[in-house]
Structure formats: structure tokens, C-alpha cells
Design a protein around this ligand. Sequence first.
Ligand code: GDP
Length: 365
Amino acid sequence: ALTAGIVGLPNVGKSTLFNAITQAGAESANYPFCTIDPNVGIVEVPDSRLNKLTELVKPKKTIPTAFEFTDIAGIVKGASKGEGLGNQFLSHIRQVDAIVHVVRCFDDENITHVSGKVDPIDDIETINLELIFADLDSVNKRLQRVEKLARQKDKEAVAEQEVLSKVKDALENEQPARALEFTDEQQRIVKGLHLLTSKPVLYAANVSEEEVADPSANENVAKVQEFASNEGAQVIVVCAKIESEIAELEGEEKEMFLEELGIPESGLDQLIKASYSLLGLATYFTAGEQEVRAWTFPTGIKAPQAAGIIHSDFEKGFIRAETVSYDDLVDGGSMSVAKERGKVRLEGKDYLVKDGDVMHFRFNV
Ligand code: GDP
């Protein structure tokens, strides 16, 4: 399963945020595919469409979909040179599919900052540099191996050498690999390099309880936003400390608390949604009288693979997928009206599944 890794310097609020994630408490019985590991937190994906479908279909049971966050502790300045947990940290980051970079934007004199002052851009750059150093190391090693073959005019080696040199140039200019543009063919090569700086990233700006309703008053947040927009990255403002309180609430209680705080949606919920799409994940639904359920799929897959997420037999015996978009179903108010209106399509094995599709699979056993 794809996972988003939570990364940040010490004392920025990572554990607090991760605890909020764990407390939000997805029932793991519903998600047998998820890893059981203390560093992995399973979160349910907040999705108002699921509530609406439940109202329409009135099933016995409603099951949201979920995915994983991995807590990656221990990065300090010099990690790429083996400081702190060093290489161990880097290998953990290598295993995640996207990076949630937590940045301290709150002032609190009781909580020491590793470099003595709250400076989010300096913090971001410290971590980014460690990742860049680590990548530079692997790119250089790889280049040595490839250059020999490239001299012998090995076609693949020549192509790889080209990519490696381009990445190396960027890294030496302190640019992450994700900032580069590649052809599809080159992209395939880049993927094979498993670089840390090519993983997609978003920033979580951790602010104080007082600032969460109006983060625009926080200069640090503005700095992070400017930095991120230059990279084309997203920023989510959270207050890790209150997220752990919010995480214990549900339904009306949660809404009331958010209203008191003056925020429309909890930062954690925003973070969950943003991380989900950063991972390239999307949701389709099944909606029957027994159960209305959200299912996670990686964008770009076809109907049979989507069916296989529910059960491998569905994929093997796939015939067709009765499909209606969420909007068309809700517009009609019921499956039968959507059918009358011709909105329910019979899709075959080449159909690219879309976010919000409500699907019913037909298959041979
Ligand atoms: P980590 O080292 O990055 O995992 O940081 P922790 O989650 O352990 O947080 C370090 C300290 O900062 C703890 O004492 C937290 O209670 C505190 N902290 C975390 N988030 C906030 C916040 O939003 N506001 C304030 N005032 N303190 C926070």
C-alpha cells in the first residue's frame, strides 16, 4: 500500500501530529491490507460523498476508505553523513511514496528549537539538503557504473547517463530532482533511481492554537507558503496540538468544536485529503443495500484492476462494470432514476476509472 512519510526536524510537532492521526482511530479490522507497525498510522479518508450516498441508499453499513502515514523520526543536520539516525532515517524515507514535511511555525519559548530560533525556511532547507546530499551520493555511484557502459555505446547506458547528469547538475545547484522535466522514457529511468528528492512533497505548517483560525497573521506561514509555491507544492496549516483533541471527536461534537475554533475543516482532515491526492490516490464507491463503501485506487487504473481491489476473483472473472458518476447518481436521487436517464454506463475492461465513480462489477466465477 502507498504511504506518506511524516518528516521534519526534532521538536516541530511530528509526534503530536502522528498521535492525532493514530487517535483518529481507523478500525484496522476494516483494512486488513494495512501494515501493523507502530510507526504506521491508518487514517480514514474524510469524504462527504460517502455520507450523501449513505443517505440515498440507506445501507446497513458504511465503510470509508483508508490509507497509511508513516512516522519517520530522527532527521537532524548531517543525517546524510551518518549523524543522528543517519542512514536508517534515509532508508525509511526511501520506502515512502510521498513526503509530508512538518515545519514549525509556532513560537513557544518553552520548547527548544534545534537551531535556536524558529526559522521555517532554514528548517526546510536543512532537511532538503540532507535529501539532496543523499541523492547526490547515489547518483554519483550510479554514474561511475554507467559511464563505462556508455563509452561502449550501450544504448540504455547512454540514456541513463544523460538522465543522471541532468539530475546531478540540479542536485549540485541544490535543486530537488522533482523540479526537473523529463520525457516519458526518461521518467521511467528516474523512477528506477529511487531518489529521495523526486518524491512528491507537501508542507504542514504547524501553528499555535491561537493562530489556527487566522494563520495569515503568522509570518512564518507566509514564508512557507511563498517557498512552497515556488516549488509548486501545497501547504496545509495545522495546529498539531489541538488536532489530537479534535481527533477524539466525531460528528456533531467535532463540528461544534471546529466552529468554536473558527475553522471550517480540521487541519488534519485537510492534510489527509491533500496527502491522499499527493500519493496519486482516488476513490470509487460501491453502493448496495448491505453496504456503501469507499475504495482507494491509484489514478490511471482500468476497471478490472479496480475490481481486483475488492477481490482478486472480481478481476479474474471481470465482465463489465455498471458505472455511474457520483454527481449523476445524486442528481437523479436514486440508482433507478439515474438508469432511466441513461446515466448508468456499462463499462468494459479498458475503462479508466474516475474519482467518484459508483461501480457495480459483473464477473464470472
Ligand atoms: P517532534 O520532535 O517533531 O516529534 O515534536 P513533538 O511532537 O514531540 O513536539 C515537540 C514539542 O512541541 C512538544 O512539547 C509538543 O507538545 C509541542 N508542540 C507540538 N505542536 C505544538 C503546537 O502546535 N503548539 C505548541 N505550543 N506546542 C506544540
